[in-house]
Design a protein around this ligand. Sequence first.
Ligand SMILES: Cc1ncc(C[n+]2csc(CCOP(=O)(O)OP(=O)(O)O)c2C)c(N)n1
Ligand SMILES: [Mg+2]
Length: 889
Amino acid sequence: MDMQDIPDTDPQETQEWLEALDGVLKHEGAQRAHFLLEQLVDKARRSGAYIPFSANTAYLNTIPPESEEHMPGDGALEHRIRSYVRWNAMAMVLRANKDTNVGGHIASFASAATLYDVGFNHFWRAQSEKFGGDLVFVQGHSAPGVYARAFILGRLTAEQMDNFRQEVDGKGLSSYPHPWLMPDFWQFPTVSMGLGPLMAIYQARFMRYMKDRDILPAQGRKVWAFMGDGEMDEPESLGAISLAGREKLDNLIFVINCNLQRLDGPVRGNGKIIQELESDFRGAGWNVIKVIWGGYWDELFMRDTKGILLKRMAECVDGEYQTFKSKDGAYVRKHFFGKYPELLEMVATMSDDDIWRLNRGGHDPYKVYAAYAAAMKHTGQPTVILAKTIKGYGMGEAGESQNITHQQKKMGTSSIKSFRDRFGIPVPDDKLEEVPYLTFPEGSPELNYMREKRQTLGGYLPARRRKAAALEVPALSAFETLLKASGAGRELSTTMAFVRILTTLVRDKKIGQYVVPIVPDESRTFGMEGMFRQLGIYSHVGQLYTPQDADQLMFYKEDQKGQVLQEGINEPGAMSSWIAAATAYSTHGISMIPFYIFYSMFGFQRIGDLAWAAGDMRARGFLLGGTAGRTTLNGEGLQHEDGHSHLLAATIPNCVAYDPTYAYELAVIIQDGLRRMYQEQEDIYYYITVMNENYEHPAMPEGVEKGILKGMYLLREGKAKKNAPKVQLLGSGTILREVIAGADMLEKDFGVAADIWSVTSFNELRRDGLDVQRWNMLHPEATPRLSHIEICLKDREGPVIASTDYMKMFADQVRGMLPTHHFHALGADGFGRSDTREKLRGFFEVDRNYVAVAALKALADMELVPRKKVTEAIKKYGIDPEKPNPTTV
Ligand SMILES: Cc1ncc(C[n+]2csc(CCOP(=O)(O)OP(=O)(O)O)c2C)c(N)n1
Ligand SMILES: [Mg+2]
């Protein structure tokens, strides 16, 4: 039974207990009262009474009026400024949609205007010489409001405002916060709902990590994240809140704009989203500040001695609250207050307009200020502010509190007129249809006030820093041992090679401390457990226990100055940490070098949208897809064997992906990545697959570095007799070794000369090829340019056979770059399964046998060998031609 449904069987007794409590509160304080209450509950429970747990407090503001910190500054002036911002935000959407239909949102910001305004005027500190700055995640659909304010401040022009959502010709404004599109303005992409809250938590944690490791000074910086109430009822949004609570991230403030609606209708028509979120967050250890009611209600609360108003507030569901605000004062009187005679009596002297004016907390700057001020001061917990607002506030009949309001981008003149009147906007009737932008003249008190406020807080926001000081990255010679042959019988995997590179980097005097190894509970899988002891696992509280393996060399060492981020098992958390590290050059002005290694199968396909956001954010860092390939991770199976992560990586324009085979290739790729990202400060990030298959590694051949980076180089020239048929064999990752074996078989068994190419990146070859083709199309009479793959193969004879551990589509990417070559791609399409590598490679038809057969078949198609040679090879290599297609079984 809910608290509110339990009948009061003895009001006098109730009164006595309440008075006793009042006495304690008055004379001994809240802490003592809290102690006594907990004792009572504990006693009752231990006596066997069933007292269900509730993490909820009354449906009231958390901060009582007498405890509110008073807002400094000029409230009337701020109201006028906010009204102009509201108007311009609406105007830019209406104007942009007059003849373009490009869309935009009015209702979200209309509900959130006060929440942003108070922050801009009083709280959010910009990055400056002396101060690192607060990080503000703006909710995606509120972007027009942020542009509107920047416009009034002269940071954006009217032309830009008119080009809202029309970016192609330049001087446009992006639809939502996108650092890729507005790299000096937006810091955090938030419009893929759910990612903002998740990333904000890890930003706060990473900020603390940098501080604990003495890379950042302690400055009391905060991460502020705005989000919608609809956005907050999803796993991505709520899933990480327990981490923030557990780690006591008091540098984090969430502001949830509870306008009770999402896109289609109410968030919780039959319940109360604020109460639901309150218990979620309190249960997760957060400080919850509810800002439900505005100041006009305060007097009514004072008169509500019997708690009837509170009861009515508690029993109304959000669907009703929404409906009230879509009607008028008379409706609210009848349907809200009208339920109880005492309440009707309470508002008897109020006009319908007075009733209509009874405001919600999120629209009352004084209440919002008090909440923000309390959040800033709160220590030991993250804070969430649950602000109740009205969606489409001010839009009147065009959308206020209406289900259709989210996507409303047109408003009739009468709605614009009432908006004007409601906010006192000086636009005459005959100009209404034009919806002109408003500014405050130079020297006006409003403009001076706005500027002064921002000056006090260190400068304008949002603002994004594009570069940090360049790092001095080590030369390739730092990885010398990997450039040499591993030696006879000394086998290692590329994962082991990677760990050696990482170990070298963390020891580097210049950049070692900026390296951030990130592993999602998989260090032992990748042979990285040596780093536990060597670098320490980051923990804000250090290590409060003796680890079980304390007597061992590589014990599980947690440390406040630990460098390794040891994250949870599934990837969104670790990826969010990686993003925070990979954007530290911008958010903190210090380049960090994150290496996040994970099972490649649990990478892009699990956290694809975060990888996309990382591209948008211009993240710089390394992602390592471990245990990669469809057939290389023997024994696991369908869910673990990845045959497509490179294709997913290819969808991100600034993600550079490689599938190396040899330790020296990996060293060249990582060294160049360091140079490009941290020395040249290119806004790219790397995806590199590494494998757990052990084999010998040759020494780096002379002069191959450029080819490695461009995507392919000649590894071995075919050496068969004169006039022998020739083939070009391409391979990547571990399958390159099958290609080499296939080449040997072709030469030995069929006298075919096979040139072998190590393809480190089909993705890069394709990008380069497309770029060249585009140029050639647009310059039809110029000497055609050649792509890298064309340069490699132009003087080489014979068909091209490419084999990889990924879907055929992966190698097929270069088919169109080779118009004069016969091309055939082998690849591992279909669901994976468990077995040995050898069996799997036969099953998926990517092994040496298939390389040889495919090469012979291509030669037969070109009439360079007789067809019966292909049949002979099929027989000789034990291939069953009637074997089912692996994609179908
Ligand atoms: C991942 C994702 N799915 C869907 C959308 C489309 N979408 C945009 S806003 C919105 C509703 C937002 O409601 P709420 O979070 O309450 O924000 P409000 O506009 O009410 O402040 C939806 C479904 C999106 N942006 N991202
Ligand atoms: Mg909402």
